[in-house]
Design a protein around this ligand. Structure first.
Ligand SMILES: CC(C)(COP(=O)(O)OP(=O)(O)OC[C@H]1O[C@@H](n2cnc3c(N)ncnc32)[C@H](O)[C@@H]1OP(=O)(O)O)[C@@H](O)C(=O)NCCC(=O)NCCS
Length: 125
């Protein structure tokens, strides 16, 4: 997971879906960020310790895919350290060079840009 400033979180707050455990504890999140009417990206996927391996990340990803479908966006990219969560539900290998907006907006500012270990995957609706 990459560090985010509070301002960045606030600016992108409406991208987020959260998983909530009773009574009102946020135990997971994911975000669908739109770049164009054809490209989007699933970002910021995380599930709290103690709640993993129960399918919560999978449900969050599927919620993002449903949102992309509802908006008519055919391609959903992701950059991840844990590819199996995504490949299990139909994501395929891709390259982040197909996401020029991402590179311009974020990768160029990332301290790990020259040592990026994230795997790029894409889901095509
Ligand atoms: C990675 C993470 C989001 C997984 O959340 P989760 O709710 O446990 O994921 P799910 O239960 O939906 O897992 C679905 C499948 O993905 C795979 N998977 C999940 N976590 C995995 C891991 N750490 N390593 C390899 N495969 C993993 C498994 O195949 C799993 O199915 P199984 O439990 O039947 O074997 C969570 O562990 C986490 O927040 N980790 C720290 C943050 C992080 O690494 N985020 C990056 C994700 S891009």
């Amino acid at each position: 997971m990459l560090e985010r400033s509070t301002d960045m979180v606030v600016q992108n707050l409406r991208d987020f879906f959260v998983a909530v455990a009773p009574p009102k504890k946020i135990i997971g999140c994911s975000a669908l960020h739109l770049y164009t009417n054809r490209f989007s990206e699933i970002k910021s996927l995380a599930v709290a310790e103690g709640y993993t391996r129960r399918g919560i990340a999978t449900r969050l990803i599927k919620r993002c895919l449903a949102e992309a479908k509802a908006l008519g966006i055919p391609k959903v990219f992701t950059l991840t350290y844990v590819p199996p969560i995504f490949t299990k539900i139909g994501f395929q290998p891709s390259v982040k060079e197909l996401l020029p907006q991402k590179i311009w907006e974020e990768c160029r500012l990332c301290p790990r840009q020259n040592d990026c270990q994230e795997i790029c995957l894409v889901y095509c609706a």
